[in-house]
Each structure stands twice: as C-alpha cells, then as structure tokens.
Design a protein around this ligand. Structure first.
Ligand code: NAD
Length: 317
C-alpha cells in the first residue's frame, strides 16, 4: 500500500464524517461515500471529495475504509446485495480493507477472510473515544490483522487517533473493544448501585466519591464518568446525561459482548445481565442519553416508603 494511496471512505455518519475530515486535513486523498445524501453533503461541506456511488469511490483507491452501523452492513457492502457486485469485486487487487465499525468478532473474521480470498488485505480497527474523539483526532484504535498490515495502516490511524494498539490477528480489534466495554458497562451499573445505596444509607455523594475514588472501588465509571453530578464536574451527569456515550451504543456493544461470551463458552453472568439492563434502559428513553443515566433508572426503581433518597444535588428528599 503506497503512502499516497487514495482512501475510499464509506460511512460518513457521526464518527466517519469527522474522521474523513481529519484525513483530508492531514493531506490524504479521500473520496467519501454514504447512502444518506445529507451525510455526503455534510462531508463535502467540510472539504471531503465525494463520489456518486460506492464503485466510484472505490475505483482507484488503495484503501477502503468503512465506518458502518453493524456487521451486516459491512458484510453486505463487501459481498454485494441484490445481484450488485460488492466492494471486494470492484476494488483493485491488493486493496487494503480497513473496517473501523464496531461489529461481532465472528463477523470481523468473516469480513477479513472474504477480503483475503478476493485477493485483498484486511484489518479490523474499531475505535473508542466517541464523536468528540473523532472530531479532535484523539480516538483509540484497537487493531486486528497481520503485523505488516497493522504497520501499513498505522500512519492513517495515527491521524485520526492518539492511541493505536495492535491486539492480534483478525478480529482482535473487535475482541479488545467488546472486552473493554463489557468492563465499562458492568462497572457503571456497580458504581450507580453503590451511589443509590449510599443515598439510602445517608452518605453524601462527595463522601462516597472521596473514599471510593482513592480506594479499591476506583474505576473510569467513577472517576471520569461519575454518574452523579458534582464530584467530577465534566461528567455527563452534570449536563442532564447528554452523551457522552449513548445508552443505545452501550446496549449494542454489550450485545456483541454477550454474543462473544456465549460463542466462546464463558460462564458469564454479569455481562448478560448488564446487557439486559442496558436494553431496558435504551428502550425506556435512555437510547440517546449517556449510559451513566442508568443511575436514574436504578434510583427510580428503588423508591420505597422506607429510606429517603438524595436528590441529584446530594440533598435529602
Ligand atoms: P452513524 O449511523 O452515524 O453512521 C454510519 C453511517 O454509515 C451512516 O451515515 C449510514 O448512512 C452509512 N452507511 C450504512 N451503510 C452504508 C453503505 N453500504 N455505504 C455507505 N454508507 C453506509 O453511526 P456512527 O455513530 O458514526 O457509528 C459508526 C460505527 O462506529 C458503529 O459501528 C458504532 O458502533 C461505532 N462507534 C460509534 C461511537 C459513537 O460515539 N457514535 C463510538 C465508538 C464506536
């Protein structure tokens, strides 16, 4: 893959749009495409060259970067649907297929195998860091693929992110992403339950935070994304749980984690339970709220005659 390879960037949504813009700003030759005209127009307005079709974007590209909602979108685009040839058939031999979507580990492995069977190269590189990280170019990339392919895409990823980690062979990036988010989803529920219990027992939010943040309960869900307002002024709880990391995305990622847990025969209990909890949260109005808003559900469901609850500001009801 030459350094000056043209990048076909497919999927210019919340994440893909700003990622493509950062590549253009760094001097890369990017041709974008999205099935939604408004996404295409927004990218164009920010300086990304656009194509009228995926085939046009991929023609002449050395890299095909996809940033799609799901694994089915990736597999359909690679293989083609309804008799239309897919990206793998249209791309020049030896093209690098770089998928940055968050998808099932099995789907990532299947997508890579399809690309390689078609004479191409393939890497999975899901991200964390959200829209803010995509805009600022500070994403973390978790990469699965052959070492030489990792080295080939590393310069591109370093434009869009501040941390790029090679996690192993094909599917390794997706594996790292869902393992991390499994920890995150479960730990946010634990932190939220602890705060609601503290409220019932008469602890102020600040007192619990001061103890747990410097003790063995310390974790990112507590010290960076604290689910109650006050102790960490930058956490989404201080802005009525505007994301941040939306409940719908946590629900999605935990489903992927549960698929992998079940497929791998792990005797897991917390992951599937957390997945159920976030599914309910997302279905009952939390889809667009930060996932730390789960605490409001827990608090609401904990209201009983016995035991007062603190309000969000820490005062007693
Ligand atoms: P999004 O829905 O905003 O963007 C996806 C885009 O892909 C859409 O614009 C859609 O029209 C386009 N698309 C779908 N099929 C296509 C096709 N065949 N050809 C061209 N375009 C196509 O989603 P997003 O928030 O940008 O997320 C993208 C991926 O990144 C997801 O897999 C998500 O789980 C992951 N992710 C998102 C975040 C976040 O904070 N939004 C954080 C980390 C990871």
């Amino acid at each position: 893959m030459p350094n000056n390879a043209t990048i076909a960037f497919l999927g210019l949504g919340h994440m893909g749009g700003p990622m493509a813009v950062n590549l253009v700003k760094a001097g890369y030759d990017v041709v974008g495409f999205d099935v939604v005209p408004a996404a295409l127009e927004a990218a164009k307005a920010h300086g990304v060259s656009t194509a009228a079709s995926p085939d046009e974007a991929v023609a002449g590209a050395g890299v095909v970067l996809t940033m799609f909602p799901s694994g089915q979108h990736v597999l359909d685009a690679y293989r083609g649907t309804d008799g239309r040839p897919g990206l793998l058939a249209v791309a020049a031999p030896g093209t690098m297929f770089l998928d940055c979507s968050t998808i099932n580990v099995d789907e990532a492995r299947e997508a890579s195998a399809l690309a390689i069977d078609a004479g191409h190269r393939a890497v999975d590189a899901p991200v964390s860091g959200g829209v803010v990280g995509a805009e600022a170019g500070t994403l973390t990339f978790m990469v699965g693929g052959e070492p030489e392919d990792f080295e080939a895409v590393r310069p591109l990823l370093e434009v869009m992110g501040k941390r790029v980690v090679h996690c192993g062979g094909h599917g390794g990036g997706q594996a790292a992403k869902i393992c991390n988010n499994l920890i995150l989803g479960v730990s946010m529920i634990a932190v939220s339950e602890a705060f609601v219990l503290g409220e019932k027992l008469g602890l102020t939010h600040q007192a619990l935070f001061d103890v747990a943040s410097a003790a063995s309960g310390q974790c990112w869900a507590l010290t960076t994304n604290c689910p109650v307002p006050g102790p960490v002024p930058t956490s989404p709880a201080n802005r009525d749980y505007q994301p941040g990391f939306a409940g719908a995305l946590m629900a999605k990622d935990l489903k992927l984690a549960v698929n992998a847990l079940q497929g791998s025969g792990v005797a897991a209990r917390m992951g599937p339970l957390a997945s159920e909890i976030y599914d309910t949260f997302a279905a009952e109005g939390g889809a667009g709220r930060d996932f730390s808003g789960i605490i409001t559900d827990i608090r609401e469901k904990s209201r009983t005659e016995a035991g007062g609850l603190q309000k969000d500001d820490g005062s007693q009801e």
